[in-house]
Design a protein around this ligand. Structure first.
Ligand SMILES: N[C@@H](CCC(=O)N[C@@H](CS)C(=O)NCC(=O)O)C(=O)O
Length: 276
């Protein structure tokens, strides 16, 4: 058994829900899982819905042997060094600079828009109720309020929570437009070979595209063909087991039609899903 396998890495992450077809519905854990799959590092999912238990108080974290580590980027750096895997070895200085910029856009800006819409946008109350539905009473009643307060505080402190709903949606859409404009025909962000940035992009799109319901930010993500093609391609390659789960990607189709925007963009994704 090689070292990667014998380490027995456990990936602690928020569980799934809301129509997302992966073992987690949270972007940073999905980013890390995508990187592990790209780097061919075996791991086991552990559902952990209280990030306070992790070493950084955030999801995800990993554990193996007596190592416990938080933060997706630090974990990727650590495992790259441990296993001698560098997914970015082929990038030149300009590509590295672009990768850093796109990563920051997604992780430091888009993440706030995403999170705001997840809990405070259209469908937010239902998503919080779904998150808590398996908990015993009174946690089932209390947790949505506690989470809303905690996320509201964070988003306000970071600045995003001070804007009106439509401003936050517009800013999130602008990030998605920028990403769509930068994505070529692929198969990866930088062409023929995957890089760490692909894991990051997949983490965010892999959650945004599939959240059920008609939230305007997520529906917009699912209406951009470049994003759908890219995500479905990586999904089939990295998480083939997810193809068995039919996500509610076109749940907003009626809304889009009534708004005069035909859901054509969702079709390639549906076609890819029907392969399962
Ligand atoms: N820089 C961290 C960010 C992790 C992060 O923000 N995770 C979110 C879930 S996607 C989280 O734990 N949110 C819950 C909280 O902030 O309490 C990383 O790369 O892992």
């Amino acid at each position: 058994m090689n070292q990667r396998a014998s380490d027995g890495i456990r990936l602690f992450a928020f569980g799934t829900g809301w129509g997302v077809p992966f073992a987690t519905a949270a972007p940073f854990p999905l980013k890390l899982a995508a990187w592990l799959r790209m780097a061919d590092v075996p791991f086991a999912w552990v559902e952990a819905n209280n990030p306070g238990k992790g070493p950084k108080g955030k999801s995800p974290w990993i554990a193996y042997g007596d190592v416990r580590m938080g933060d997706s980027t630090l974990i990727i750096e650590h495992l790259s060094a441990r296993y001698g895997v560098d997914l970015d070895a082929h990038l030149d200085a300009g590509q590295r600079a672009l990768a850093t910029s796109v990563q920051r856009m997604l992780e430091e800006h888009y993440h706030q828009c995403f999170e705001h819409q997840l809990f405070f946008g259209r469908g937010g109350a239902e998503r919080l109720a779904e998150f808590a539905k398996a908990m015993p009473i009174p946690l089932r009643w209390l947790v949505p309020t506690v989470l809303k307060r905690a996320f509201g505080k964070q988003l306000y402190a970071r600045g995003m929570g001070r804007h009106a709903d439509d401003v936050i949606i517009a800013q999130g859409k602008a990030d998605l437009d920028a990403l769509a404009a930068l994505l070529g025909e692929g198969p990866y962000f930088f062409g023929e070979r995957p890089s760490t940035l692909d894991a990051c992009i997949f983490g965010f799109l892999g959650v945004s595209l599939y959240v059920a319901g008609d939230n305007p930010l997520y529906r917009y993500a699912a209406s951009l063909p470049q994003l759908v093609r890219y995500t479905e391609r990586l999904r089939a390659q990295l998480f083939p087991e997810s193809l068995a789960v039919r996500p509610a990607l076109d749940a907003g189709a009626e809304t889009r039609r009534s708004e005069g925007r035909v859901a054509a963009a969702a079709q390639p994704a549906k076609a890819a899903m029907s392969v399962a």
